[in-house]
Design a protein around this ligand. Sequence first.
Ligand code: ADP
Ligand code: ADP
Ligand code: ZN
Length: 215
Amino acid sequence: MQLLMMGPPGAGKGTQAAILVKKFSIPQISTGDMFRAAVREGTELGKQAKACMDAGRLVPDEVTVGIVRERLAKEDCANGFILDGFPRTVEQADALTKILDELNLKLTRVLNIHVPAEDLIERAVGRRICKNCGATYHVKFHPPKGDTCDECGGELYQRADDNEATMKKRLDVYEAQTRPLVEYYKRAGIYAEIDGRQPIAKVTADLEGVLTSLH
Ligand code: ADP
Ligand code: ADP
Ligand code: ZN
């Protein structure tokens, strides 16, 4: 199963992808997570990505496509994967089609989590992430039991780009560069939209409903 999780920043893509990964035992491929790992490692890629991320801009297509191409060629993707946060431009979507053609694969479904813009800033600003395992929490909507990660006890942190000013810029970038992908995948006939304003478990149930209606 080759899934693509779409939606604006803060819609719940990462949260849902992490749940589906456990259910289907296929890897989650998050370009955002890959860029943050490169920033932590201090690589050239990390330096370039950090400048873009801090400004709320997209990392250039050729850089992003390159890391996804390498990742999808790995053996653990052979039985399926969940792309989370890629593609974000029409150019990236075209590149993905080519990469999948080369691997003899096709996207099974594009799942777009719809959340209105007015909710997204609160979601991002309240987001907290475990430094150790990457689990995602929200101070109000999905709080940890204590001050640390419920799963592993790791320290929780707030992403540098999860502030109101950068989020506004990221939402503009989404509208201009990523929203056109909705029409792109609607035309491909594999698109489904899920109401992301519901509680996390209900969003998961709706996603699973779409996936079981496949056969
Ligand atoms: P969110 O889940 O809030 O949308 P991500 O973790 O997916 O955030 O992305 C964080 C940042 O990483 C983006 O604002 C952008 O700078 C960069 N990024 C992630 N994915 C892509 C992509 N497919 N193309 C270009 N830049 C990306
Ligand atoms: P994305 O990967 O799309 O940027 P995340 O999965 O990281 O989004 O979710 C953004 C924030 O919103 C996180 O703090 C997360 O805990 C919270 N969140 C995720 N899904 C929901 C939901 N259905 N209702 C309320 N808050 C949610
Ligand atoms: Zn953790």
